[in-house]
Each structure stands twice: as structure tokens, then as C-alpha cells.
Design a protein around this ligand. Structure first.
Ligand code: NAD
Ligand code: UFG
Length: 346
């Protein structure tokens, strides 16, 4: 079989969605690991000022192309102008609730976008691909912690789009030699870079727990609604595996290095901490980190929520030599630092 080159530390990585929450932290981690980065983002859910934050943290400004992953011409131009060695694909839409309202937009962006990107990679003969999948593919877990072998299912268009792209990658891998693919299933990414220079910037009312709690602590929202306290969990509220976004970013670098060492491979791996915390645990941790009260009320369950979800992290340790290092204290402190810097910049 044809031997693929092992890339040097100056390889250039295309990061789609690189001005978004996770992509921006991955860009920092890549640059700090010695890679060059080209970001492709259409800015539908992010701001170009993120580039400044990345530059201030790393001392290097990543190349930035404002464009859409669904645009074949844009992609061909990127692959022609830059010697791209691997692609990390973060670009996509991610709000579960919204995906039930505008499913076509989700399938178009997440599935068609991935197909366009993979087709452009074929044309450019780039065969290393790191994909943002999600623990949502486990549906309602039947075993905890959740191993990668757990059956997959989807209850909403967002989750379905992740399942379909996972399957597309499997078909592609089987169809021709030389692909090096990592399907990374994230648990609940939270926090921000400790510098306070980049973080999560939700538009409108946050869907996710941590940004909502941060806004309550900052006095921007009156109180948190806790969606149910009658789950079969120690305190009745939902339990999740929250992972610091910088740990998640390091997991991507580890996955890239793993792929670089292989002639071809298809890796599917959980990126989580292996620890579950309840909504009330997170509220208490955020209260301690911010020194602010977090008023809340218990409301009814949110449709589609599962009681508990946390990762089996054995495979990540074994295959990638990677494990999360930060706990909920750092997650809350860094999320609070980011929230206060944005509220009181300077
Ligand atoms: P994000 O919205 O902050 O970042 C996504 C970025 O992609 C944004 O900057 C957006 O402008 C860009 N984008 C969207 N559609 C695009 C398109 N068609 N062309 C070019 N750019 C486009 O989201 P995130 O939290 O950083 O998530 C990144 C990836 O990780 C997504 O694929 C998401 O589904 C996946 N994921 C996220 C979570 C989470 O809780 N944040 C959990 C599991 C998986
Ligand atoms: N929650 C509240 N109030 C809120 C928001 C959330 O009580 O205002 C609760 C939820 O009911 C759940 C927990 O906080 O018990 C976490 O909810 P999030 O919305 O923060 O996260 P989810 O676990 O629902 O989903 C997130 C991403 C998905 C991804 C999944 C992977 O939004 O895209 O993690 O585990 F697929």
C-alpha cells in the first residue's frame, strides 16, 4: 500500500468553524503545538474579533477565510492557495431545539457541508479528517459510563445529522485507501481560555446550562430554570460529563498526531472526563467561582433530555494518550473570567 507522508510540525491545518467556541480553542492548541492554521468560517455564529484573541494568546495570527463550507469554489481556492495537510471540521449548526424548527437548514449545513468539504479534500488529495461528533449519538444511554460501542440513535435533526456524517465517513473510509479519520464524540464542552481572551458567545438566550448560569451570575438574567429535579440521579437533576474546552482542544491535537502516525485509520473516540456532575453541582461550583448568587427555580423537564450521560474514557487514554486534566472548579472560574472580561472589557 502507498505510504503516506508523516507530517512535520509546520504542517498547515484547515480549521472549519475556527472562529467558533471549540474551533477557536483548537486553533490556539494547534498553533501552540507548532502547526499553522487556516480558518474557514462564514461567521454565522461567531465574530472575526476572535482572531485577535487567538493572536494575543499565541503571538500568531491564523490565516482567515470568510466563506462557507458548502461552497465548492471557496474550498478549492483554499486548498489551492494553502498546502493543507489535514482538516478539523467544526463548522456546523448545533442547537438541538432549533434543529427541530428548521431541520432542512441543519441537514444542509451539517450533512451537505461535510460532503462538500470531503469532496474538496478528495480533489486536493488531502486525506486526514478530524470530525466534531457528539455524545448526542448515544441517545438515551443504557450503560454508564458510555463506551464507544454503545448503540447509536438520534431523537432530533441535529443528532441525526451527526449520525449521518459518522456513517458517511465510514463509507468513505471503506471506499478508498489512505483516509485517516477521527470521529470525536464530545460530551459537554464548557469554560473558556484561562486568558479570558476567547470563549463562548451564545446569540440570544443561551440553550446550554453553563452560559446561562454565567449570565445569571453576571446579573444579565434573573434566574436559572432547572429543567426537572425528578430524574433518577443523586439529587434529581440531570447529570452530564462537563469537559473544559482547552482539554477538548488538546484532545484534537492528540487525535491529529494519532492520525499522522497511521497509514490509514478510522478512529471513533469519546472526549469527556469520565465524571458526571448534576445541574445543582454546577450551580454550586459556579456560585463558588464567581462569588455571586445564582437564583434558580425548578421547572418541568426539557423534552428530549436524558437523566445521565458520562463518558467511558478508556479508549481515549489508550489510543490518544490523552485525558482531561481540568475539573469543574477551573471550568467555572474560566467561564466566569470570560463573562466578566466581556462585560467589563479593558
Ligand atoms: P460554534 O457555533 O461556536 O462554532 C461553529 C462555527 O462554525 C461558527 O463560528 C460558525 O460561524 C461556523 N459555521 C457554521 N456553519 C458554517 C458553514 N456552513 N460554513 C462555514 N462556517 C460555518 O459551535 P461549537 O460549540 O464551537 O461547535 C463546533 C462543532 O462541535 C459543531 O459541529 C458542533 O455540532 C460540535 N459539538 C458541539 C458541542 C457543544 O456543546 N458545543 C457538543 C458536541 C459537538
Ligand atoms: N439545563 C437546565 N437549565 C438550562 C439549561 C440546561 O436545567 O437552562 C440542564 C439540562 O436539562 C441538562 C443539563 O443542564 O440536564 C445540561 O444541558 P445542556 O443544554 O447544557 O447540555 P446537553 O447535555 O443537553 O447537550 C449538550 C449539547 C449537545 C451535545 C451534548 C453532548 O448542547 O449539542 O451536550 O452531551 F450533543
Amino acid at each position: 500500500m502507498r505510504k503516506l507522508p508523516t507530517y512535520t510540525m509546520t504542517s498547515t491545518i484547515l480549521v472549519t468553524g475556527g472562529t467558533g467556541f471549540i474551533g477557536s480553542h483548537a486553533t490556539v492548541a494547534l498553533q501552540q503545538a507548532g502547526y499553522s492554521v487556516v480558518i474557514l468560517d462564514n461567521l454565522c455564529n461567531s465574530n472575526p474579533s476572535v482572531i485577535e484573541g487567538i493572536e494575543r494568546i499565541t503571538g500568531t495570527r491564523p490565516a482567515f477565510v470568510q466563506g462557507d463550507v458548502r461552497n465548492a469554489q471557496t474550498l478549492d481556492t483554499v486548498f489551492t492557495r494553502h498546502a493543507i495537510h489535514a482538516v478539523m471540521h467544526f463548522a456546523g449548526l448545533k442547537a438541538v431545539g432549533e434543529s427541530t424548527q428548521i431541520p432542512l437548514a441543519y441537514y444542509d449545513n451539517n450533512i451537505y457541508g461535510s460532503i462538500q468539504l470531503l469532496s474538496a479534500m478528495q480533489r486536493a488529495n488531502v486525506r486526514t479528517f478530524i470530525f466534531s461528533s457528539s455524545a448526542t449519538v448515544y441517545g438515551n444511554p443504557t450503560t454508564l459510563p458510555i463506551p464507544e460501542s454503545h448503540p447509536r440513535s438520534a431523537t432530533n435533526p441535529y443528532g441525526h445529522s451527526k449520525l449521518v456524517v459518522e456513517d458517511i465517513l465510514e463509507s468513505l473510509y471503506a471506499s478508498e485507501p489512505g483516509w485517516r479519520i477521527a470521529r470525536l464524540r464530545y460530551f459537554n464542552p464548557v469554560g473558556a481560555h484561562p486568558s479570558g481572551l476567547i470563549g463562548e458567545t451564545p446569540q440570544g438566550i443561551p440553550n446550554n446550562l453553563m452560559p446561562y448560569v454565567a449570565q445569571v451570575a453576571a446579573g444579565k438574567r434573573e434566574k436559572l430554570q432547572i429543567f426537572g429535579n425528578d430524574y433518577n440521579t443523586p439529587d434529581g437533576t440531570g447529570v452530564r460529563d462537563y469537559i473544559h474546552v482547552t482539554d477538548l482542544a488538546e484532545g484534537h491535537v492528540a487525535a491529529l498526531r494519532y492520525c499522522e502516525k497511521a497509514d490509514q485509520d478510522m478512529l471513533t473516540v469519546n472526549l469527556g472526563t469520565g465524571e458526571g456532575y448534576s445541574v445543582l453541582d454546577m450551580v454550586a461550583a459556579f456560585k463558588a467561582a464567581s462569588g455571586r448568587p445564582i437564583p434558580y427555580e425548578i421547572t418541568k423537564r426539557r423534552p428530549g433530555d436524558v437523566a445521565s450521560c458520562w463518558a467511558d474514557t478508556t479508549l481515549a487514554k489508550q489510543k490518544l494518550g490523552w485525558a482531561a486534566t481540568k475539573g469543574i472548579k477551573e471550568m467555572c472560574e474560566d467561564a466566569w473570567h470570560w463573562e466578566t472580561r466581556r462585560t467589563m472589557p479593558g
